[in-house]
Design a protein around this ligand. Structure first.
Ligand code: IMP
Ligand code: MG
Length: 184
């Protein structure tokens, strides 16, 4: 993974550290959903890597589903609305639903998605997020399960991107500000 080394300021979490934490998360989730056959929903695309690693550690029956949302641009931030680009294949009414997110930053995206899904009458609705960046929170939302609480900074790798790049890095890195400053 040397091809983009110059763009990464430092490694925040190695694949080994991520793997250890996922074992713990999966243990808790398996215990809580043991007999619930949850619909585990991956938010595309950032959560794909986390999702794949997490579900393979779950020691209980689950069903998979995927959703893709786009947040509106900065000018629409106050509305906090999300647009569903690809909806789930399954109906979530009467189901135990676990949403899998990569990172909760301002919380605007996930809080409006949770509100929208709540209206569809799931039996329960919970959120697991690999990363939680509470410093920039604008909505009163916190994940039911959190991988890591991290400081402010732009994170890439392990599914997370900057301009669609870096998703395939096996670790989580802090993107060098020089990369996004030159695109401003
Ligand atoms: P929020 O609505 O501000 O909480 O932003 C949530 C979405 O923004 C996440 O699902 C990510 O797709 C993206 N995002 C926020 N912070 C970062 C980051 O540090 N790196 C990569 N993507 C991020
Ligand atoms: Mg995302």
């Amino acid at each position: 993974m040397d091809y983009c080394k110059a763009d990464i300021e430092s490694i925040l979490l190695t694949s080994g550290q991520i793997s250890e934490r996922l074992d713990e998360l999966a243990h808790d989730i398996s215990r809580d959903y043991n007999d619930k056959n949850p619909l585990v929903i991956c938010i595309l695309k950032g959560s794909v890597v986390f999702y794949g690693d997490l579900i393979r550690r779950l020691n209980c029956p689950i069903e998979m589903d995927f959703i893709s949302v786009s947040s509106y641009g900065l000018s629409d931030r106050s509305s906090g609305a999300v647009k569903i680009k690809k909806d789930t294949d399954n109906c979530i009414a009467g189901r135990h639903v676990l949403i899998v997110e990569d990172i909760v930053d301002s919380g605007i995206t996930i809080s409006s998605l949770l509100e929208l899904l709540k209206k569809r009458d799931p039996l329960s609705l919970k959120l697991v997020s690999l990363l939680d960046k509470p410093a920039r929170r604008e909505r009163d939302v916190s994940p039911d399960y959190t991988g890591f609480i991290i400081p402010d900074g732009f994170i890439v790798g392990y599914g997370l991107d900057y301009a669609e790049r870096y998703r395939n890095l096996p670790y989580l890195g802090i993107l060098s500000p020089a990369v996004y400053m030159k695109n401003k």
